[in-house]
Every structure is written in C-alpha cells, then in structure tokens.
Write a protein that binds this ligand. Structure first.
Ligand SMILES: C[S@@+](CC[C@H](N)C(=O)[O-])C[C@H]1O[C@@H](n2cnc3c(N)ncnc32)[C@H](O)[C@@H]1O
Length: 491
C-alpha cells in the first residue's frame, strides 16, 4: 500500500473546499448517515449516485465510499488538481486518462470539522471499502477513540505540544490550534507520511519524528502531551496491528508510559491519554502502583469495564477475526486471549481517560474514579476547570474556605427520593447537568448547605445558620464542600 505525497496543497484544498460534512449529510440523508455509523456503505452509495455529477457527491463516492469512477468524473471532482495531479499525489490509481477509464482511490479521504476548524484527513482505506482484512501497518483514520481524546484535551494555549503515536495526525492538527509548536511522533513511517500529507493539506507545520514511545523526544520538555497510544491488550497468538498493539505484554505499554511521561513534561505540563488497563481486584490498585514514585498529579477516570471474554470478542472482531470467516481460527485466537488473561489473573479490562500533571512543587492531586455515564462534549473545558478549582481549593485553609461566598452552578439540580408517606426524604441527590454528569448523595445538612449557596452568605454564615437549625457538626461538611467546588458544582 502506498502513502500520499502532496503535489500541490493549494490546488487540492481549492477542490475540497465545498466538500464538508454538512454537504455530505445533505447529500446522503439520515438513513445513509446512520448506516455509515454501522460501517454499512450501501445506503450512502445509492444516495450519492443519485446526486449525479455533483462534485461533492463524486468526492464522497471516490474517497469515502470506495467506488470506482470514470476519469472524466474524477476530473470534474478535482478540477484544480486534475486527474494527473491526483495520480501524482498517490491519491488515485487510473488505467488511463480517456474519459471512460476507471479510477479508484488509493486512500480514504474525508472532511473533519470542529466548531472552529475544518480539515481533511487521509488514511488507509478501511475494511468496509476493500473487503479485506487490514494489514499490520494499517494507518487508521479518525475513529471513536480519536474523537474522545480530542474532546477531553484541554485547549489551553501552550508553547510546545507533543502528539505521541500521531497516526494520521488528528490530535496534532488539533494541537496546532493552541500550541505554538507541535511535535508528532510515530513508530510507523507510513503513519508519518499520512500525517505529513494531512498537515500540508491543512497548511500547518508539524515537527514529525519517527521512533518508539518517548525515544524521539528524550531530553525535551512539553507543556502538553496527548496520546492515544496503542493500548489494546493482545496476547501472543492473536492478530496484532501497529495502530493498536504496542507489542508489549498485557497493559505494560501504558504502565511504562505513565512511569516515564514526567521526564518530558515541563513544570506544570499536562499529559492526556486514553488507555486500557487490566483489572484483577480493585482497578485502582494497578493505578496506584503505576503512579507511586512518579511525583505526578494524576486524575484517572474509568469510563467502562469489560469482562475478559467481552474484551477478547471486541478486539477479535476489530481485527476481522469472526466466526463467519473461520470458526477454527476464531476459536484459537479467543482461547489465546482467555489463556493469557487467566494466566495473569486478569478478570476484567478497564477503559478510560488519564490526566497527568508535573506539579511545580509536590503532587497534590490523585483522583481515581469510575464515571460511566454520558459526558458533555467537548470535555476539555470541564477538565481544565476542575484542575483550576482543585488548585484553588487546595490553597485555601478551612478558615479561608469559611470566609468564601459560593454559588451553586447553573447546571446543578436536586432530586429528592422517598416514600410519599414519610416526612423526611430517604435520600437526596445533587446532580450536575454538564461535565461528567456527576451525582452526589447528600444528607439534609449538605443539601441544605447547597440550597443556600446563592453567593449572599459566606460558607461560615451558612454553616452557622444550619447549626442553629439543628444540623450537627457542620464542620464535618467541609470536605464534601471542597469536593463540590473541585467538581464544579459550587463555584
Ligand atoms: C490508536 S493509534 C492513534 C492515532 C491517532 N493519534 C488518533 O488519536 O487517532 C496509535 C498510533 O500509535 C502508533 N504506535 C504504535 N506503537 C508505537 C510506539 N511504540 N511508539 C510510538 N507510536 C506507536 C501507531 O502506529 C498508531 O499510529
């Protein structure tokens, strides 16, 4: 498989300009859009064909749906770059330049948009298009994990950012919007070629380096490191891919990265990662082991947990190993997974997000929590606000906290549960509408406190009033109040 090289970024950009996700959605409609999410291309192909020679329809058919077009159709879709330019750039393969000669895409190319930016991302053609199993050096396009990492990344302006394991460069492109200099690394030269192509097409500069993990940036420091590392746990004997398996046993690639990331973080610098981790008893124990001795602030959110068998099935399917393609091969690889997990006492596998920070003084933050519900997108602003609130709350003595005036956040509601005939509620939940959608169980003292936080009275004055109303030991509420401030429920 080849990789693209851009003959003329401006020409290709001019041709792709009208090809937006909005244009594609309008073209193919809701049914086909929903089917694409299930990796089913037929409804979209039918709808795009019906749009005739509209350039956006032709681009969609060629680059996103893997259809063979004629040379004249491709010339119409790429009027500035032209068929020859597209072939010279490694974007298409053509048998000739006569009008009816067949032309097919050599890469997957599609628009990628955020609220403020618009790029196009080239990557290897997917299985849905080629009908074949992915090769070991497959370069992934924008997937669910890419979107999750992009959503949780804090977009604070920084000087230097690193995208470790850049793939086709999606996180690095995002980083160019708020970092003065972006370095992007990958072990795969093919991935770096795609990242270069995508950066040139976007008109941004990336400092691209080949090598494993932190090796290409040893001795350097970054204000932000983002990484969607190859965190999938793959036992010997199961199919492996460069884009998802780091080639280390179990989840040790993630653990070793966590242990070493501090060496490339500038003081105050932050690393944000996604990962899978093995669960033997309490999932937090593995994290405590990895974090102890790093000297880093850490916030880990476990978003999902799968039992070992479910995990094996999901990643075997992702590798194209399914019973329909050969029961024996599927069963063999499945056994390899379970034997490996059982040998090492792994019962479940956790998935989630990781935020590490190199503190300027000693570490103050270690939050290891399970939050599995729906979250706001983007989540980066919530993370940034939580870190800032943590630092503020930590710097306050109890006496200073008592002097503070707090306001309940606009997205917080209170839910009261109890039998209708009982005078008092059985429990009260303070629920956050945005961010992580946290729900905190409150006793009547804490619920009364939150209900009085309109900014008028100080914390101390509200606690005194509660005490006068018969609430015992109001000072005991202070840790819970700190937690509500840290998590953004009180401001
Ligand atoms: C899951 S993909 C992430 C791609 C992209 N950053 C994203 O967010 O979608 C992981 C990437 O890590 C790369 N990779 C695999 N092993 C690596 C290693 N030891 N060091 C650096 N990169 C590696 C793969 O080639 C792949 O591009």
């Amino acid at each position: 498989m080849s990789t693209p090289t851009l003959a003329s970024p401006t020409a290709l950009r001019a041709d792709l300009e009208p090809w937006t996700n909005t244009a594609i959605a309008a073209l193919i409609g809701e049914r086909a859009t929903a089917a694409l999410d299930r990796e089913q291309l037929v409804p979209a192909r039918l709808a795009a064909r019906a749009a005739g020679d509209d350039p956006a329809a032709l681009l969609t058919r060629l680059f996103a749906l893997g259809e063979t077009l004629t040379a004249s159709q491709v010339s119409r879709a790429l009027p500035t770059l032209g068929l020859e330019g597209a072939a010279a750039s490694g974007l298409v393969a053509t048998a000739g330049t006569s009008d009816d000669d067949p032309v097919r895409a050599l890469v997957d190319l599609r628009p990628y948009e955020t609220e403020d930016h618009r790029w196009w991302i080239a990557s290897d053609l997917g299985e849905a298009v080629t009908g074949e199993r992915l090769t070991e050096d497959h370069v992934l396009g924008v997937g669910g994990a890419s979107l999750t990492l992009a959503s949780i990344t804090m977009r604070t302006p920084v000087t230097r950012a690193l995208d470790l394991g850049t793939g086709s460069g999606i996180q690095a492109l995002h980083a160019t919007t708020h970092a003065a200099r972006v370095t992007a690394t990958d072990i795969s030269p093919r991935a770096l070629a795609f990242a270069r192509f995508n950066a040139e097409l976007a008109g941004v500069d990336l400092d691209l380096r080949e090598g494993s993990l932190l090796e290409p940036v040893a001795g350097e420091q970054f204000d932000l490191v983002v990484s969607n590392p190859p965190f999938v746990i793959t036992p010997p004997g199961a199919p492996s891919f460069e884009y998802r398996d780091g080639g280390m046993p179990g989840d040790t690639l993630l653990g070793s990265l966590v242990g070493r990331l501090g060496s490339v973080l500038a003081p105050g610098g932050v690393a944000q990662l996604l990962g899978n981790w093995e669960v033997r008893g309490d999932w937090r124990e593995r994290w405590e082991q990895w974090l102890d001795g790093t000297g880093l602030d850490a916030w880990v959110v476990q978003r999902d947990v799968l039992d070992a068998a479910q995990y094996a099935e999901i990643w075997l399917r992702d590798a194209g190993v399914v019973p329909e393609r050969g029961r024996e091969a599927f069963d063999g690889a499945y056994e390899a997974y379970l034997a490996d997990f059982d040998r090492r006492g792994v019962r479940e596998v956790g998935f989630g997000m990781v935020l590490l920070r190199r503190p300027s003084a000693g570490p103050t933050l270690r939050r290891l929590e399970s939050l599995e519900g729906t979250v706001a997108t983007p989540l980066g602003p919530t993370l940034a606000a939580t870190l800032a609130a943590h630092d503020r709350v930590r710097s306050l003595t109890d006496a200073q906290l008592l002097d503070t005036h707090l306001t309940v956040a606009g997205d917080v509601t209170r839910e009261i549960y109890g039998r209708p005939l009982l005078a008092d509620p059985e429990h009260i939940l303070i629920r956050q509408g945005g961010g992580f959608g946290r729900a905190v169980r409150a006793d009547t003292g804490l619920a009364g406190f939150v209900g009085a936080c309109d900014g008028e009275l100080s914390v101390g004055q509200i606690l005194a009033a509660l005490s006068a109303l018969g609430v015992d030991d109001t000072d005991a509420l202070l840790p819970a109040i700190r937690e509500l401030v840290e998590t953004g429920m009180l401001a």
